[in-house]
Ligand binder design. Structure first.
Ligand code: MN
Ligand code: MN
Length: 297
């Protein structure tokens, strides 16, 4: 259960994040630079008095998630690209999480399908629901349109300073035994694709999260670890956010060492196995007696 104060924090952060999303949406178009979309989004979150809960993800086409452009990325959106923008904000650790997809070419139908899947997911939420019922609603919507849900990407519950608070919400029909309760805060995020319906880890990593203090060989690694622990707690951060602290080469070396010793969790870029295009939308909801309240509407 949530206290009234906690509920107010969630409503407030959800509302401001929804405003940011709608401000950013018109800038996601052909010719726009990915890194500028990410920076604009994060700046707007800060201007509204919150902090990014994780780096803005701008994932294009078969890249499904976890791509937050590094400072040196000069990629621009091309005609026909399917662009997913996934954003999060927090107030004192209370997190809202939302995402949208822009199809700059012929992909509008896929975006409509994933939007319908999200509405079906929202409609399936009520206290006592097995989260598999939500996955069933997503899968049926995707399959009826000739598409596939991405089986190994899921929604998740949220807690204070915690982006994944223990409940996993599948995007396919499966019995999980996990049931929703009043006051649960849950990010619902269907992904649909015209590919195989699976994502795979890529080699690249641009997002990390503090895990634990560990001894390191390099002094700059120790210093960076102390910095990210203090600044971001256990929420994810971007390589880009650290780009001003040291050269790109040193930064990559340092992050690699810290991930290697288990001090940081690396979020590998996730791409669709068959290189299918992927569309995603996301809202954060709070489970109520009757169903749920969408805080990022
Ligand atoms: Mn998200
Ligand atoms: Mn999420």
């Amino acid at each position: 259960m949530l206290s009234d104060e906690e509920l107010q924090m969630y409503m407030k952060v959800g509302k401001l994040l929804a405003e940011v999303r709608e401000l950013v949406r018109p800038f996601v178009k052909v010719g726009a630079k990915l890194v500028e979309i990410a920076e604009m989004t994060e700046d707007l979150i800060r201007q509204k008095g919150a902090k990014p809960a994780f780096p803005c993800n701008v994932s294009v086409n078969e890249v499904a998630a976890h791509y937050s452009p590094p400072a040196t990325d000069d990629t621009v959106i091309k005609e026909g690209d399917m662009v997913k923008v996934d954003i999060g904000a927090h107030l004192d650790g209370y997190i809202a999480d939302t995402a949208f997809t822009v199809a700059t070419g012929g992909g509008a139908e896929m975006v409509q399908v994933v939007e319908r899947a999200l509405e079906a997911a929202i409609n399936a939420v009520k206290p006592g629901t097995d989260v598999g019922e939500i996955g069933k609603a997503v899968e049926e919507t995707a399959v009826a349109a000739g598409l596939k849900p991405v089986r190994n990407l899921t929604g998740h519950s949220l807690g204070q300073w915690n982006l994944h608070a223990g409940i996993t919400v599948p995007n396919v029909n499966e019995q999980t035994g996990q049931k929703l309760s009043i006051g649960d805060v849950v990010a619902l995020e269907p992904f649909v694709t015209d590919g195989a319906g699976y994502v795979e880890d890529q080699k690249k990593v641009y997002i990390f999260r503090y895990l634990r203090d560990m001894p390191t060989r390099l002094r700059m690694s120790r210093e960076l670890l102390r910095h990210v622990k203090r600044e971001y707690n256990e929420l994810p951060f971007a390589e880009r956010w650290l780009a001003k602290r040291m050269s790109k080469l040193r930064l990559e070396l340092t992050l690699r060492e810290l991930a290697g010793v288990g001090a940081l969790w690396p979020y590998y870029v996730l791409a669709e196995r068959a290189k299918g295009k992927v569309a995603q939308v996301e809202h954060t909801v709070i489970v109520t007696e009757q169903g749920c309240e969408v805080i990022t509407r």
